[in-house]
Design a protein around this ligand. Structure first.
Ligand code: FAD
Length: 306
């Protein structure tokens, strides 16, 4: 029987997949091949990240709209406050609404000069994610997802400001938070306790990073204030020329993390796919998602449109 997957019964597990907008024609082809592979898993939604510059902005838009038109998946567009006036952002949001996109992942964003440089709100812009959420809700009744940081956002001095900020975003209308990635379930449990202690009751969805390039992962984690445990890094030692093994290891380790989270009640996972299907597909199958399509339409998840 298929009951050896982590979840035994997949009916209450869901995943969402995050992609980034492709820069080249070749990357675009790769992304759409990945989407074709992942669509039958019936993700709850799929999200597309956003960069502040003009061209990346349009790429996000194009990718989200194509998902809305050509797939049965529910797309969510990331949007940030960086280097734009409120009017400019409002126009983007209205365009999404007109195109049938109903879900925005609302973020502050980082300075385009690089993560780590000091963030300066645009003088006529939305200053922080909470302001953006408020603005979006004024435009239309978007479903709004925001970020959360189980290891503190690097600019939050303490847990109090971190949790207060999350609360502001919820008060403004956010109904779900996706976490920055992390590698130890304890980090997630401790964060969830803080969130519950603060009386926050929206779903906190763990974000799982599927990056098999551990050097790239370390660099990125350092900028984001995420700890990559030594044992995790050590497992990748000597594998620089073994891409298949690195993929297998990543799928195994992230499946283990997902299983531990499942043991204590997590049912929604957000996978940072890096636009590749293989690892996301493997992890989703361990979670039992492959069975949804064969059980019948109603188990395919709320996202799939009739
Ligand atoms: P906020 O929630 O606004 O918080 C940022 C910092 O400001 C926090 O330290 C907070 O405590 C502090 N703060 C908030 N309000 C105030 C205030 N009034 N005064 C002083 N300090 C305040 N980046 C992109 O560019 N594009 C993407 O598509 C993207 N997608 C992401 C998806 C997820 C799930 C996550 C977790 C991150 C993503 N990011 C993305 C990265 C994100 O933009 C950065 O982490 C950024 O530094 C913070 O954005 P935020 O929305 O979390 O900010």
């Amino acid at each position: 029987s298929s009951d050896r997957s982590v979840t035994k019964n997949s009916s209450d597990v869901c995943v969402s997949f995050e992609f980034f907008p492709p820069k080249t024609v070749k990357a675009e082809t790769r992304l759409w091949t990945a989407i074709e592979t992942l669509e039958p898993l019936g993700p709850d939604f799929v999200s597309v990240t956003y960069g502040a510059g003009g061209s990346t902005r349009e790429r996000t838009h194009r990718t989200v709209e194509r998902m809305a038109k050509e797939t049965r998946m529910n797309p969510a567009a990331h949007l940030t406050c960086v280097e734009a006036t409120r009017d400019e952002i409002d126009i983007i949001a209205k365009d999404y609404w007109a195109a049938g996109v109903r879900h925005i992942v609302a973020l502050r964003g980082d300075p385009t000069s690089g993560i780590g440089d000091k963030y300066q709100p645009h003088p006529d812009g939305y200053a922080y994610a909470s302001d953006l959420v408020e603005g979006l809700k004024r435009i239309a009744d978007f479903e709004v997802t925001v970020s959360a940081y189980p290891e503190l956002h690097p600019e939050s001095g303490d847990w109090r400001s971190e949790i207060d900020n999350l609360k502001r975003k919820i008060d403004a209308g956010a109904t779900r938070a996706i976490t920055q990635f992390f590698f130890s379930p304890d980090i997630f449990w401790r964060f969830q306790d803080r969130v519950l202690d603060a009386g926050i009751d929206i779903p906190i969805v763990p974000g799982l990073m599927l990056q098999p390039n551990v050097k790239g992962l370390q660099k990125m984690s350092e900028l984001c204030g995420v700890a990559v445990p030594d044992w995790y890094v050590e497992l990748f030692e000597g594998l620089d020329n073994e891409p298949t093994t690195r993929d297998m290891l990543t799928a195994t380790l992230i499946s283990e993390l997902a299983a531990e989270l499942h043991d204590r009640g997590v049912r929604h996972y957000h996978l940072y796919t890096l636009n590749r299907a293989e690892i996301a597909n493997a992890v989703s199958r361990v979670l039992g998602l492959h069975r949804r399509q064969s059980i019948g339409d109603q188990s395919v998840g709320p996202s799939l449109r009739a």
